[in-house]
Design a protein around this ligand. Sequence first.
Ligand code: ZN
Length: 55
Amino acid sequence: MNVTCPECGGEFDILEDTMTGEIISCPECGAELEVMSTEPPTLELAPEVEEDWGE
Ligand SMILES: [Zn+2]
């Protein structure tokens, strides 16, 4: 599936079996992108999640 990065506008392919909600990285700019829809394939910038759960 061909998608467009909302960050840099670059186009690239994602796997056919990519599912909604998956997080992928743009090969052009490295942005983290969430798959919002697969029909048609739509990406949005994923919210930045700090891997800090506190302790
Ligand atoms: Zn990009």
